[in-house]
Design a protein around this ligand. Sequence first.
Ligand code: DUC
Ligand code: ZN
Ligand code: ZN
Length: 454
Amino acid sequence: MDTIIKNGLIVNAHESFKADVGIKNGIICCIGRDLNDGKARIVDAADKYVLPGGVEPHAHFSVPFFGTVSCDDYTSGTRAAAFGGVTTVLDFATQEKGRSLDETAKARIAMAQDKTYVDYSFHLIITDPSDDVLAEIPRMVSLGFPSIKVYMVYKKEGLMVDDAQMYRILKKTKSCGALLSVHTENPDIIDMFTDEFLAKGLTSAWYHYLSRPDFVAAEAGKRVIHWARSLKAPLYIVHVSDWETMAEIRKAQSDGYPIYAETCPQYLNFTDDVYKRPDAQRFICSPPMKGEDSRRALWAAVRDGSVSALGSDHCPFMAAEKDADKPFPLIPNGMMGIETRYSYILSEAIKGSLSLNRAVDIGSAGPAKLFGCRNKGSVEVGKDADIVILNPDKKYRVSQSESHSDVDHTVWEGYENYGTIEMTLCRGEVLVENGILKAEKGFGKLVRRYSSTP
Ligand code: DUC
Ligand code: ZN
Ligand code: ZN
């Protein structure tokens, strides 16, 4: 064996037990008591948790948006991920209109190759679903990209697909075992509110929030769930932020439909109160944070398993861009979170808000399973040795000065995190140890993914 992690409490999505973990050639080769072969590097994990590396299902690296570009690229974004215990990141490859999915994927691989600290893949965002593009989807699934995303919003930005296009995409993804992700908001209603506010000179971040009332996300969510139900098509709703969408997803799940929910730490930790703060513009993201009723409903869904995955929706912009004295529709939408996502939910588990197994499920096993990362998401013989060693007794406060993204501020400043990640390993290699980066840029590999849907 190359490494043995000894005496820790292994926590997976559905079990916790004390054992040693043996690693050989990047794979977990055995799990048992008193492992030793006299040669392996020994890592003592007594009184610590041994967890699967986080799987981040939702990040936007170097994404052109609002006339600028999100400020983390594959290098800085995956560096922050590694410090946050994340060993696999899924971001997005957005189809330029007229371009094939194959070209879209190849261009994205060229951007990421040799640049990442952790393993990676991406969802393909379709913006121009021509017949040729629809016909490409099965091939992309067989090449290892079994997940497609569409926007029901960002109409003026040219990202949105219309209802008929979306229905056709859904039919296609269902037919070839791809999972369709969707950002659900109603663009026409948002534009109507936005125009009304701007005409009255109401331009602050508070009006970003008011331009997107709860029903804007819920109505779009209900529509797409309706279509998915009629087709019995698997559907993943990204960044669920409101109680009403969550209620609709629950109903579909209890009726037996494969409808999955992702939520994000910002919707679990903050409410619309943030839009009253002096730094409210830093919280401009879509969908915005909602009321306490939604926050509570999302927490209930996280606890009872109605939420399958936690995404960060990491899409950071520099403070100067967020703080610019501009009306809200011109402030780039997005916040940081890749470094805090997994540790936040583990911290909440240590505090008692949910079980550790649920935290591992939504932070790692759930997204690995849904998005077909077969070798990820569990501390189990045969899986990649993607492992986090967490000291549950050590607290810290999140601060920008201790963070590893390229962004110059964090909305998580001051959050008291219970538990400290002491080591992140990916395929048996130590990426981060006691706050020191050990990995080489370019260590991360493209993950070949497989269809997870029936
Ligand atoms: N919403 C954001 O706030 N940023 C990135 C993309 C999105 O949908
Ligand atoms: Zn979105
Ligand atoms: Zn997003």
